[in-house]
Design a binder for this molecule. Structure first.
Ligand code: FES
Length: 160
């Protein structure tokens, strides 16, 4: 686990690399999220203290754009589409199966920080419903047993 001083050093390096002007809020927050998988409060405070941007502006950007997360997530984010087509095709059962296999509820992260499970709106490939995306890799026509297999495959991948 990084200490706050490590985070500050990393953020300083990002500011050097990306820039500190007021137009750099999005690229800086992207760099932070790439590193930590979310935007920690310490990062926002440190950027605000060392650039021309205020905490209010940074929070405004981070909450406006759905790409940014303000809460920590697991190494793999499993997104189950609950848009209309996927809902009708059985997304509820897919989420239930994943909750069972992972021992967490929708929206939570496993205790070992490996997986976050979340419901999302339409992923834009409704003809493949129900759809699950893991780190933007799409699985199509997922049923309960595919959902269980997906976790097995991810586990096998991380144990390689
Ligand atoms: S509703 Fe799931 S991809 Fe569109």
């Amino acid at each position: 686990m990084s200490c706050a001083c490590d985070i500050k050093k990393q953020i300083d390096a990002m500011i050097d690399r990306v820039g500190s002007g007021p137009e750099m809020a999005i690229p800086l927050l992207q760099a932070v999220q790439e590193e930590f998988r979310y935007v920690p409060v310490e990062a926002i405070e440190h950027i605000a203290a060392n650039t021309e941007m205020t905490e209010t502006k940074l929070y405004g950007v981070a909450t406006f754009y759905s790409q940014f997360r303000l809460e920590p997530v697991g190494e793999k984010v499993i997104k189950v589409c609950h848009g209309t087509a996927c809902h009708v095709a059985g997304a509820e059962g897919v989420t239930e199966e994943l909750e069972k296999r992972l021992g967490i509820k929708d929206g939570e992260t496993t205790a070992d920080d490996k997986y976050t499970l979340e419901s999302v709106a339409c992923l834009g490939c409704c003809s493949l419903a129900p759809v699950v995306a893991v780190d933007d890799q799409i699985s199509a026509n997922v049923d309960r047993s595919d959902a269980a297999g997906l976790i097995d495959a991810l586990e096998a991948e991380t144990n390689e």
